[in-house]
Design a protein around this ligand. Structure first.
Ligand code: NDP
Length: 311
């Protein structure tokens, strides 16, 4: 079995930027693209906040460009998922995709995070990107003078609801519990309560998405009485948390209580040959451009590490 110099796990902006930098440094990285090649960007529509792309870019288009740019300099990509790792020997890292074992001198983890969805099953994906989204920063501006709703009672939901009032004419914030159970900090709660454009709806779950070709309304069900009603909206923004894609590293690397990877310094893990980038570690900024920045940092740190092995 040939030993790779560098394996990158993940193909969102963090993984593909790390691939570009390390490919240009002639490390010939092997990128495992994972279950959702391109990551969360594949589910976004137009990206207006990618610096330098004044004309705007579609999420999948940006991913394709990043992948091709990295490949141009020698990165190799595999449409496979790494589902097991053994980092016990830092000089010979072991990774598996199914039954196939791969060995590497260094690994960059850029497995990202996945937004939580309602989990209504059948039909949910029909509205994905057509009124049903998980990123107010990305999509908010498309809802100028429209009526939208945010689901969640945490800081993210409050922040997204406040942000959306810049564009939308009305914002509902739908929380499944009573007001006193809201997890959002008191200042964040005050911000939404004081905002005239926001109407808080408590003890309600979104139980159905409706509309012909795009989202036009949701069914909401009272968590106490079970009574249902319909709410007409143009956009539904999920803010019920993210799940970092870090399960395979449990027991090998340090994780925070919220299961995001712990980073030492800038991109280091507790294993000298394993580096970390992007949303699998970042639960604060979660932007494509910050993930790309961290991918660059991890690439430079990895290069330095591999250089140091030469003695
Ligand atoms: P949280 O886990 O704090 O909140 C998730 C919210 O979603 C809760 O209201 C939860 O309800 C609700 N929820 C979860 N699952 C479902 C479901 N299936 N259906 C309906 N509702 C659901 O996540 P956040 O993303 O808001 O925050 C994550 C972390 O980031 C927190 O530590 C937060 O403080 C931090 N953060 C800080 C910010 C800031 O300081 N400016 C901004 C954004 C985030 P329930 O409470 O009933 O479980």
């Amino acid at each position: 079995m040939t030993k790779e110099k560098l394996i990158i796990i993940g193909s969102g902006p963090a993984g593909l930027t790390a691939a570009l930098y390390t490919a240009r440094a002639e490390l010939s990285p092997l990128v495992f693209e994972g279950e959702t090649p391109g990551g969360q960007l594949m589910g976004t529509t137009e990206i207006e906040n990618w610096p330098g792309a004044e004309e705007g870019l579609m999420g999948p288009q940006l991913v394709t460009r990043m992948r091709e740019q990295a490949k141009k300099f020698g990165a190799r990509t595999e449409f496979k998922t790494i589902d097991k790792v053994d980092f016990s020997d830092s000089s010979n890292l072991k990774l598996w995709s199914g039954e196939t074992e791969y060995n590497a001198e260094a690994v960059i983890i850029a497995t990202g995070a996945s937004a939580r969805w309602l989990g209504l099953g059948k039909g949910e994906e029909k509205y994905w990107g057509k009124g049903y989204t998980a990123c107010a920063t990305c999509d908010g501006a498309f809802y100028r003078d429209k009526v939208v709703a945010v689901v969640g009672g945490g800081d993210s939901a409050c922040e997204e609801a406040s942000f959306l009032t810049r564009f939308a004419s009305k914002v509902y914030q739908i929380y499944r519990g009573p007001q006193e159970k809201m997890r959002a900090s008191k200042p964040m709660q005050k911000r939404v309560i004081d905002n005239e454009k926001i109407e808080l709806i408590f003890n309600k779950n979104v139980t159905d998405l409706r509309g012909e070709n795009k989202l036009e309304a949701v069914e909401i069900t009272d968590a106490v009485t079970g009574e249902t009603s319909e709410l007409k909206i143009d956009g539904l923004f999920m803010a019920i948390g993210h799940n970092p894609n870090t399960k395979i590293f449990a027991g090998q690397l340090d994780l925070h209580d919220n299961e995001y990877l712990k980073v030492e310094g800038n991109t280091k893990s507790k294993i000298s040959s394993v580096f970390i980038a992007g949303d699998c570690a970042d639960f604060r900024y979660r932007q494509a451009v910050t993930a790309a920045g961290m991918g660059c940092m991890a690439a430079l740190d990895t290069e330095k590490y591999l250089e140091s092995l030469k003695g």
